[in-house]
Write a protein that binds this ligand. Structure first.
Ligand code: DMJ
Length: 655
């Protein structure tokens, strides 16, 4: 309404002020029918509307939730410069510390806009806030008390995580006392043949890397036959898996230029601020593990910063009633879930049981115990549960905290959980005695219930399904030979020799699984039933995807026994890879290792660079490259230093 239309109301003959106007209107208005009476009614209605409007505005400002924000928005027309620094993000080129200190660059703020539009905007925001508050209140009323309690806890944790994120963003990570690295850089092997072989493996790494760079740079993996990028849903939209997975292999092979270009890519492009649903396990072992390893080897802060940033993103996965994390997590919304195929919505033992090493290091590198707390809680839940025959089933329900299906495997779904128990103990400088006990108890039960010998004397590890054995062993299970040997030294009851022997037997069986194929590379799974031994009988188990587990076991067996057969077997694998998997555009997996002509799967897996080539290279290096007393390999072969007792003493003292 134009302002002139209101003016006569305030100059009515019945009075000169507001009071007079009202009095005149109320006194004679109802009875009269002339133009004067009509004006009084009009006055009354307009006044009523006006005062209702004012009341609404003030009522909203003072009584709606978050009134302080509204006050600053409506009454003070706050410009961005007056808002608290936390509300503003540092712009491109701005120093993060500037934003933290609240020292904003005021010259860049825009001029205040049209006041009417601003008022309209504020009213819209008020309405929206009001509606949201009502909606939330309604939802809360429908919740069970436990759910409300959980929400409060989650909210609290979110605040803690936000604080941690901002510390990472503002480069406020505590200083880390990097112990002098033992054996990160080595000498050339003295023996010329060994030197040549090692050089050949480095050439393989160059071939894999250069082709990835040429055809798939920045993508997760390479398609070596069709020469393009390959994306796996395991990483959501996170990119660069091959770059991060390859970092430490490049470092130990002294491929300095390649390491530098990988580092630059991480610095400029590795991004976790996206709407992506990822596998918590895969992102942890490849990205968090790869970044931590690169940090310890190179001392470059960017790797630590990215590792902690990603670790924080993974924390909401633990928001379950038991604290056993979800398998899949949307790193933007923080919403988690489990694989739809996993028994009754369960989490998987090999997934939630393979976070420990990286999360202990994340706490060390961030100075925040939250990561260690999460994985120690997993440990407590598992330790307290009743175990059928002393075995750990592969499926655990994160809501009830109870086992689901009784399926036990040292291969897929179970494997690296056992590996991480042993390595948690070793990485703690042998102080984590709970991990040691759980490991040795577990492998004792495995030996009793799952390990068998074939008619011709091949030792294998079967799968256990509710008490019945399936006489099948996976390629993944072959890592266990190395694990048994690695733990042998400290085995209880004089069992050192026994476990070393067990490791050797598993290595032999896995070598047989390679030797009995056309490609001399092993199938995904092989069986010991129906008259066969160490051979795949099902078409869908005959593929080889450049996996490392067999050469991983050769590496540990070589280091721990120096029996030359392990170098021989490793070299057979190198020759087979060159003959059957190498293509012009990199290395490809095979669809059928028994078939006399290669059928490529057209994927160069990132773990081929992280693990397979690294283990092969180590087999042809001297033992002083990455000595096992100082370094722990995570399950993706990334390097984590043993955290010495002295470091831990410092931590405890500081607390
Ligand atoms: C790797 O990502 C890791 O070794 C994991 O523990 C199991 N699978 C692959 C390699 O086969």
């Amino acid at each position: 309404m134009p302002a002139g239309g209101l003016l006569p109301l305030f100059s009515s003959p019945a009075g000169s002020g507001l009071g007079g106007g009202l009095g005149g209107g109320l006194g004679g208005g109802r009875k009269g029918s002339g133009p004067a009476a009509f004006r009084l009614t009009e006055k009354f209605v307009l006044l009523l509307v006006f005062s209702a409007f004012i009341t609404l505005c003030f009522g909203a400002i003072f009584f709606l939730p978050d009134s302080s924000k509204l006050l600053s928005g409506v009454l003070f027309h706050s410009s961005p410069a007056l808002q608290p620094p936390a509300d503003r993000k540092p712009g491109p080129g701005a120093r993060a510390e500037d934003a933290a200190d609240g020292r904003a660059r005021r010259g860049e703020e825009g001029a205040p806009g049209d006041p009417a539009a601003a008022l309209e905007d504020n009213l819209a925001r008020i309405r929206e806030n009001h509606e949201r508050a009502l909606r939330e209140a309604k939802e809360t009323l429908q919740k069970l008390p436990e759910e409300i309690q959980r929400d409060i806890l989650m909210e609290k944790e979110k605040v803690a995580q936000d604080q941690l994120s901002s510390r990472v963003g503002f480069k406020m990570l505590p200083p880390v006392d990097l112990a002098p690295l033992v054996g990160a850089i080595d000498r050339e092997p003295a023996d010329a043949t060994i030197r040549e072989k090692r050089e050949k493996i480095k050439e393989m790494m160059k071939h894999a890397w250069n082709n990835y760079k040429r055809y798939a740079w920045g993508k997760n993996e390479l398609k070596p036959v069709s020469k393009g990028g390959h994306s796996s849903s395991l990483f959501g939209n996170i990119q660069g898996a091959t770059i991060v997975d390859a970092l430490d292999t490049l470092f130990i092979m002294k491929m300095k230029d390649e390491f530098e270009e990988a580092k630059a890519w991480v610095d400029e492009n590795l991004n976790f601020n996206m709407n992506a649903e990822v596998s918590v396990f895969e992102v942890n072992i490849r990205f968090v593990g790869g970044l931590i390893s690169a940090y310890y080897l190179s001392g470059e802060e960017i790797f630590r910063k990215k590792a902690v940033e990603l670790g924080v993103k993974l924390l909401p996965a633990f928001h379950t009633p038991s604290g056993i994390p979800w398998a899949l997590l949307n790193i933007k919304s923080g919403i988690g879930r489990n694989w739809p195929w996993a028994s009754g919505g369960s989490s998987i033992l090999a997934e939630f049981g393979t976070l420990h090493l990286e999360f202990i290091h994340l706490s060390y590198l961030s100075g925040n115990p939250i990561f260690a707390d999460k994985v120690m809680n997993i440990r407590t839940v598992l330790n307290n549960l009743e175990k059928p025959q002393g075995l750990y089933p592969n499926y655990l329900n994160p809501n009830s905290g109870q086992w689901a299906q009784y399926h036990v495997s040292v291969g897929g779904l179970g494997d690296s959980f056992y590996e991480y128990l042993l390595k948690a103990w070793l990485m703690s400088d042998k102080t984590d005695l709970q991990a040691k006990k759980m490991y040795f108890d577990a492998i004792k039960a495995i030996e009793t219930h799952l390990i068998r010998k074939s008619r011709n004397g091949l030792t294998y590890i079967a799968e256990w399904k509710g008490g019945l054995l399936e006489h099948k062993m996976g390629h993944l299970t072959c890592f266990a030979g190395g694990m048994f040997a690695l733990g042998a030294d400290n085995a209880p009851e004089g069992l050192t020799q026994h476990y070393l022997q067990l490791g050797a037997e598993i290595a032999r069986t896995c070598h047989e699984s390679y030797n009995r194929t056309f490609a001399k590379l092993g199938p995904e799974a092989f069986r010991f039933d129906g008259g066969v031994e160490a051979i795949a009988t099902r078409q869908n188990e005959k593929y080889y995807i450049l996996r490392p587990e067999v050469v991983e076991t050769y590496m540990y067996m070589w280091r721990l026994t120096h029996d030359p057969k392990y170098r021989k077997w490793a070299w057979e694998a190198v020759e087979a890879l060159e003959k059957h998997c190498r293509v012009k555009g990199g290395y490809s997996g095979l669809r059928d290792v028994y078939f006399h002509k290669e059928s490529y799967d057209d994927v160069q897996q990132s773990f081929f660079l992280a693990e397979t080539l690294k283990y092969l290279y180590l087999i042809f290096s001297d033992d002083d490259l990455l000595p096992l007393e100082h370094w722990i390999f995570n399950t993706e072969a990334h390097l984590l230093p043993v955290l010495s007792r002295d470091i831990k003493k410092v931590e405890v003292n500081e607390k």
